[in-house]
Ligand binder design. Structure first.
Ligand SMILES: CC(C)(COP(=O)(O)OP(=O)(O)OC[C@H]1O[C@@H](n2cnc3c(N)ncnc32)[C@H](O)[C@@H]1OP(=O)(O)O)[C@@H](O)C(=O)NCCC(=O)NCCS
Length: 201
């Protein structure tokens, strides 16, 4: 697995435009999700999973996420370029959701992470989740910056940095944020969430 994403060509020519669409991902999107994860450059893959993981583990993780979590994908055409996940249940307290984000390495720092947090905040509020937990490596400056933008106070814990985004506060900050304010919303309901919609700002 390692060699599949170690030496990816970098293409800085991409620009976010009106051709980026958001949709909820379900089990039928496993192949896209898997391809997106394998496209991450080595450091981004490591940051996403806090280390390296095996292909079987990854396949199980993706299947579980797509079956159980709220997963929002950003597409350019038919290419999945970014994913946000919100996991609930199990060890996670009621009213809270644990988040995870991955933006294709060539698409970083163009506002996609911000767009996905906004979409996830909306999805959280529609699903009675009042706090989004963000946990990442303490050296992950990108994720910490993204979480802070929406009000999280990141705290150092062991080698991890953990913070919480209050959904109501985050939505207020999202409404004020100017990043891609005119970005089109393309809400598509997940099968089990027929009334849910992803809208920006
Ligand atoms: C973390 C991640 C999702 C951010 O996505 P992104 O699309 O680059 O984020 P944005 O472009 O919306 O940037 C959000 C904010 O973070 C800041 N930021 C982004 N990368 C940064 C970096 N490397 N260092 C410092 N700040 C950074 C941006 O400047 C922006 O702040 P601003 O709006 O005030 O200018 C992305 O870098 C990623 O997928 N990383 C690999 C996987 C990972 O680490 N996931 C998190 C653990 S689950």
């Amino acid at each position: 697995m390692l060699f599949r994403f170690l030496f990816k060509p970098r293409d800085p020519q991409l620009v976010i435009g009106s051709d980026v669409t958001l949709k909820y991902l379900g089990p039928s999107d496993a192949r896209d999700f898997c391809a997106h994860i394998h496209e991450l450059h080595y450091e981004d893959f490591r940051d996403r999973f806090n280390g390296l993981v095996s292909d079987p583990w990854l396949d199980q993780y993706i299947a579980r996420s797509l079956n159980e979590a709220i997963v929002i994908g950003a597409y350019v055409g038919d290419h999945l370029v970014a994913v946000a996940e919100l996991h609930t249940g199990g060890q996670i307290s009621q009213g809270e959701g644990e988040s995870a984000f991955s933006v294709a390495s060539d698409w970083r720092r163009k506002g996609l992470g911000t767009i996905l947090v906004k979409a996830l905040l909306r999805a959280a509020s529609e699903n009675e989740i009042s706090e989004i937990i963000v946990e990442t490596g303490s050296q992950n400056h990108a994720m910490k910056a993204l979480a802070r933008k929406f009000g999280a106070k990141m705290q150092f814990s062991s080698d991890q940095s953990v913070g919480r985004i209050n959904v109501a506060d985050g939505l207020r900050l999202a409404a004020r944020d100017r990043t891609h304010r005119k970005f089109p919303s393309v809400p598509l309901p997940a099968p089990e969430m027929t009334s849910a919609a992803v809208t920006m700002n």
